[in-house]
Design a protein around this ligand. Sequence first.
Ligand SMILES: Cc1cc2nc3c(=O)[nH]c(=O)nc-3n(C[C@H](O)[C@H](O)[C@H](O)COP(=O)(O)OP(=O)(O)OC[C@H]3O[C@@H](n4cnc5c(N)ncnc54)[C@H](O)[C@@H]3O)c2cc1C
Length: 385
Amino acid sequence: MALLFDAIIVGGGPAGAAAAKACAEGGLRALIVEKRALPRPKACSGILVRASIDLVSRHFGAIPPDVLAEPAALQSLRMHFPSGRTLDVPLGGAFVRRGPFDQWLCRAAGVEISEGTTARSFEESADAVKVRCTRGQGEALVVQSRVLIAADGGTSSIVRAIVPERHGRLAWYAALQEAWDVPCALEPGRFHFFAFPSISPYPSAYVKDGNTVLEVVAAAGDSAEAAMKRFSELLKRGFGLGEGGRRASRLGCRVAYAATRGLFCFGSGRILVAGEASGLLNPFGEGISSALASGRIAGEAAVRALREGRVPGVLYREDVEAQRQRTLRQFRYGSYLAGRDVTFDVRRGLAGLPAADRIRLVADSLGWLASLGGPAGPRPGGGRS
Ligand SMILES: Cc1cc2nc3c(=O)[nH]c(=O)nc-3n(C[C@H](O)[C@H](O)[C@H](O)COP(=O)(O)OP(=O)(O)OC[C@H]3O[C@@H](n4cnc5c(N)ncnc54)[C@H](O)[C@@H]3O)c2cc1C
């Protein structure tokens, strides 16, 4: 027999937790289904940009101290160029530990959570969605609800079932994150991004919880392990990364930028796709802000639709359009020059620098962007898409 809920939310990341919180506040009986045990590991730097901090404080309250990393404050995105120049883009962000952060969000949502439960398939009818799950040693669990919110991340199997051809039309990149218990000369409290396309389209490093964390992505034809080796050699040669040490963690995943190809998917009549599953992911791989925002919008759309007897998917697509536009804007060069609602406000970083430095840094940035494949952003073979 199926368990009955108003809303089932697949995925216990920021999008799923934000959706669940809105459902609970709207009086819906909701269930989060998460395939991993919480806190689950997630390859992520754990940076909350200003928009994420605002959404968290508005809907969840103050972040508990044990969820914040050390250091907890993040001053800037520091871009390093092969010319030796650097550009600090102010962030005013926070650094969190992703596993505990997501667990806290899910618990704070105030709905039932079924951990270690994987959604396997679903059937949508005119007035309900039936989701078949497995948990433990393959025990079956069937849940029926009036709305399904798919917040199952960038490689969403639900989106793959809705739009099977989309997966093959995206350019996928392998992301790899390693934390090393070795010192590094990189300044703490900054996210160091290396505009060195010969290493990887997006190599970055930072100091977190006493470790030096290195991240790379690799396009098809390259390997993330090889990119990581090139990156650690660069950091040892020029940025004071120590030799040896113990590897504290290693996480990987696959990522794709849907925005550069317009391949968003927001679902159907009773299936609302939120977060990275929908394709909402900003440049530099920033996705928590749009996951929190779209999850919230999905939960609110579910509440309103069930109250007013309307089709949830229609309401959701109307309301999430601003997020889709925001994401598209982040990939347009002009938005950075105009300083228009961009996550990484390069203009503020350039302000106050002598004119000659500004010109050189703009040239450095344009050179890096061009190496990735032109104004629409990274392209396959040249960068993360
Ligand atoms: C290396 C790297 C660094 C990043 N750094 C940052 C950063 O610093 N700041 C930032 O804002 N963004 C960052 N991002 C992006 C960010 O991590 C994601 O965009 C964000 O986590 C998306 O949230 P989400 O809730 O949509 O999905 P996720 O956080 O991916 O959550 C999806 C959840 O769904 C679960 N799930 C999947 N399938 C099923 C299923 N069938 N049944 C049940 N559960 C399922 C998964 O286990 C997972 O817990 C980074 C990404 C990478 C790869």
